[in-house]
Design a protein around this ligand. Structure first.
Ligand code: ADP
Length: 372
């Protein structure tokens, strides 16, 4: 999606991917298959690029720093990436900025895990500080049996209480090379099994809460000197806002911006990393809902059977389907967020073969496609 935005801006893109079958390599003809955590490989790739940016954070900051020292321009810079790369440094940064986060402890061995559980009690949540996403690397410890399953810890974990979360919110900030900041609308996210299922824009929250969300995200973006998009995810617990997680990249919670905002997160990320002026981040529709297409056990149904048309848009990433994997998303724009959500959820369910029905309000004749 970043590549597609760059194409629209007439920017030439070369992609470094670990897999020739990756979604990016399927759309971008100029790709290199190599290891981005190998210094020589990354430097070789970066040579000849005006600027290098990232669409994930599974990178090694030592490698980034050394490539930067070799005069390659990385945006965000290695120093910014380092501050937000893993869950432990993210929480440190947020605490330094005196923003509320869940109470947590870090554990790198079994004794530390036990001490953390003793402090918070059951149920507790343990999260791998690196490499986890979409709930992978997040485990709930409900009792001694769960704790005893961990005789040894393979890496560092962040341990915190299982919170009675009322709502989850997210926002994305884009920051330019000159420090210009633009912030997308605050959105509400709906998760199940640790995976984001749907995003509703804008979140219907009191204006003061939305202001605080934006203010926190902008302060975080400033403090780490990010260039490009930074996503910030929040919990609301007992009416109080807490920062949960940061991501220094374009983010799933802003995929809706392609159809629903004046300039998408992808275009603004490209603009930011190239040092161009940023575009407006306002919604151009009253409401939008994005629902992820999360693969089930079967292959996806062909889109030609569902035939969606605007205001429903389907994006499929060309990824191998594997149960639980995000393989695409559906965006619906219109007036009534509740109805849009029903529609987007239903289309996503149809794609994975979980729903046969045409969404309510749509014509019963499938040949006419799916409407919002
Ligand atoms: P990741 O996105 O890296 O998998 P998160 O910290 O965002 O990890 O956790 C994924 C989801 O799990 C969250 O969106 C939330 O729904 C749930 N979750 C995470 N931490 C807690 C917690 N302390 N208490 C309750 N639910 C949690």
């Amino acid at each position: 999606m970043l590549y597609q935005a760059a194409m629209d801006l007439n920017v030439k893109v070369r992609i470094l991917t670990g897999d020739a079958n990756s979604a990016a390599a399927q759309v971008c003809p100029d790709y290199v298959v190599d290891d981005w955590n190998n210094e020589t490989a990354l430097r070789r790739f970066a040579t000849g690029c005006e600027v290098v940016t990232f669409d994930h954070e599974l990178v090694d900051t030592r490698v980034l720093r050394s490539v930067e020292a070799g005069r390659c321009t990385l945006r965000p810079a290695a120093s910014s990436m380092q501050k937000v790369l893993d869950k432990a440094s993210q929480r440190r940064l947020v605490r330094e900025l005196h923003m509320p986060t869940p109470d947590y402890l870090l554990a790198s061995d079994r004794d530390a895990l036990q001490a953390a559980v003793l402090r918070f009690g059951y149920p507790a949540v343990m999260k791998a500080t690196r490499g986890g996403y979409d709930g992978r690397g997040v485990h709930v410890l409900s009792g001694d049996e769960d704790l005893n399953a961990w005789s040894d810890l393979p890496s560092e974990w962040l341990v915190e209480p299982l919170l009675p979360i009322e709502r989850e919110l997210a926002v994305q900030v884009v920051r330019g090379v000159d420090g210009e900041l633009r912030t997308y609308p605050v959105v509400e996210t709906y998760q199940s099994g640790g995976i984001c299922r749907s995003v509703v824009a804008p979140a219907i929250v009191p204006p003061e809460l939305a202001d605080t969300v934006r203010r926190f995200a902008e302060a975080i973006a400033e403090s780490c000197g990010i260039v490009g998009v930074l996503a910030v995810e929040f919990f609301v617990v007992g009416g109080e806002l807490m920062v949960n997680e940061l991501a220094p990249r374009v983010h799933n919670t802003a995929h809706y911006t392609v159809e629903a905002c004046a300039v998408s997160q992808f275009e603004n990320h490209v603009r930011a990393v190239l040092g161009w002026p940023l575009g407006p981040t306002d919604l151009v529709v009253p409401a939008a809902v994005m629902t992820n297409v999360i693969a089930g056990p079967d292959p996806l149904r062909p889109l030609s059977e569902i035939r969606p048309f605007p205001p429903v848009r389907v994006h499929l990433y060309g990824k191998q389907t594997r149960a639980g994997r995000k393989v695409g998303h559906v965006t619906a724009c219109g007036d009534d967020a509740a109805r849009l959500r029903q529609t987007a959820d239903r289309v996503a369910a149809m794609l994975v073969g979980e729903s046969e029905a045409v969404p309510s309000g749509a014509p019963s004749d499938r040949s006419q496609g799916v409407r919002a």
